[in-house]
Design a protein around this ligand. Structure first.
Ligand SMILES: NC(=O)c1ccc[n+]([C@@H]2O[C@H](COP(=O)([O-])OP(=O)(O)OC[C@H]3O[C@@H](n4cnc5c(N)ncnc54)[C@H](O)[C@@H]3O)[C@@H](O)[C@H]2O)c1
Length: 409
């Protein structure tokens, strides 16, 4: 194991996972953050983090979009996207390309750590495929990431980190590295497959629980019962799990079950439980679309609030709330507003919206704190008296119902 002073880390992929990690590591070790996206690196160098995850980028963190700059590093931590393709199968292209590049500069005693989410067995297969031919002895590990975009409480330095490696030396090195950024809150998994599986099921479990609530939402809707009223009552029981209905998007909960499904297919196991929840969650866009469309009319001015994949993040990837907006826009002209989306294509600002004539319908899709605050202060000016307020998740249940037609789904 290199002495602490000799540790030189490269973090590959400066996204939601890699950037906060590299930032923290740079406070303890020589660290360089690499991303293929030159523009992103330029902005990060100016202190601009578009993910909104960091308060401040450490001056000690070196940033680069030149792969050659990683040559002198001896620990490579890969934080690259692992999406699914249009057939909902794991798409490992980005990762494979990167491993192929790393193999060209990797040295015998270097260490490779993967953080990207996988199915059990993937790390070993890929590492052996891309590095195994060159070296007869390799040091590699897997440490899944748990950060939750938009969550300012469970941040990287506060959460327990699961680590796993192919030998004790690497495990011990990983304990030193990760332990230094989170006060040694480390759990060593029995092996790499266990760590990969542990990460997957954290998200599969959430998907399953939300799927159940979504199914109950549909059942109770037919029975003319509000799921929100039911949940409020049930939540008074000490061990009731507080999941809410909604659209499951993003790059974790809505993706990881497909990685588990992929490995199930490989071993000829037909899953009955988690894929039912997954399919139910996929079906919720049409459920919400149908419900909302009943209230719309061609002559209405309509405002849709929140298009990110979940509240308090500006992340649009695989956002089902954005898909819902696009669905509604096929039949109606709908304005939208999301103060957290930084993408220039999504120009919108609430000042313009506030100055427009009041809307007939306001749809609250993603209740970012900023949107909720904006609505509390501006609902009178943006929604006509007697207008329709469609609140997907019952956030404004105490609103003055004499002034608006309040609908929750
Ligand atoms: N975002 C989360 O909340 C979260 C949580 C836990 C685990 N994960 C997992 O972590 C992994 C990374 O996710 P993320 O959310 O940070 O992704 P991201 O899309 O936010 O970031 C990935 C970064 O990698 C860069 N990149 C793409 N190809 C590259 C290449 N060839 N070389 C260098 N950089 C490249 C992109 O420009 C981007 O900045 C995924 O496997 C994801 O499932 C994500």
């Amino acid at each position: 194991m290199p002495k602490k002073k000799k540790i030189f880390i490269s973090v590959i992929g400066m996204g939601y996972v890699g950037l906060p990690l590299a930032n923290q590591l740079s406070k303890h070790f020589k660290t360089i953050g690499y991303d293929i996206n030159k523009n992103k690196i330029l902005k990060l160098k100016k202190g601009l983090d578009e993910t909104g995850e960091l308060k401040k980028i450490s001056k000690k963190l070196k940033l680069t979009s030149k792969f050659e700059d990683l040559i002198k590093t001896n620990i490579f931590i890969v934080c690259l996207p692992t999406p699914v393709n249009k057939h909902k199968k794991p798409d490992l292209k980005i990762l494979k390309n990167s491993l192929s590049k790393i193999s060209k500069i990797f040295k015998q005693d270097d260490t490779l750590i993967i953080e990207s989410t996988f199915y059990p067995g993937a790390t070993e297969i890929l590492v052996n495929k891309y590095l195994g031919k060159k070296f007869n002895r390799l040091n590699f590990g897997y440490s899944p990431e748990r950060i939750n975009p938009g969550d300012k409480i469970n941040t990287i330095s506060k959460i327990t980190k699961v680590i796993s490696a192919n030998n004790n030396k690497t495990l011990s090195l990983m304990r030193t590295i990760y332990g230094s950024i989170n006060n040694n809150k480390i759990f060593s998994a029995k092996n790499i497959k266990v760590a990969e599986a542990a990460k997957l099921i954290e998200n599969v479990q959430r998907d399953l629980n939300i799927g159940l609530i979504n199914e109950l939402t549909k059942i109770f809707s037919i029975l003319n019962i509000s799921i929100h009223d039911v949940l409020e009552a049930s939540s008074t029981k000490w061990n009731f799990l507080k999941f809410k209905p909604g659209l499951v998007g993003g790059h974790c909960i809505g993706i990881d079950p497909y990685y588990l499904k992929f490995i199930c297919d490989k071993i000829n196991f037909k899953p009955n439980v988690f894929m039912s929840a997954r399919n139910t969650n996929e079906s919720m866009i049409s459920y919400y679309s149908e419900k909302i469309l009943k209230y719309l009319d061609q002559k209405y001015k309509i405002l849709y609030l929140g298009v990110a994949f979940k509240e308090n993040t500006g992340d649009l990837r695989n956002s089902k709330y954005f898909d819902l907006f696009k669905n509604l826009s096929k039949s109606y002209s709908v304005d939208y507003y999301d103060p957290l989306i930084k993408d220039a294509k999504f120009k919108n600002d609430y000042v313009t919206i506030s100055r427009k004539k009041p809307y007939d319908v306001v749809i609250l899709a993603v209740p970012h704190n900023k949107i909720v605050k904006f609505l509390r202060n501006n609902i009178r000016s943006i929604l006509k008296k007697g207008g329709i307020f469609i609140d997907l998740n019952n956030n404004f249940k105490n609103i003055n119902k004499n002034s608006y037609n309040y609908i929750t789904l």
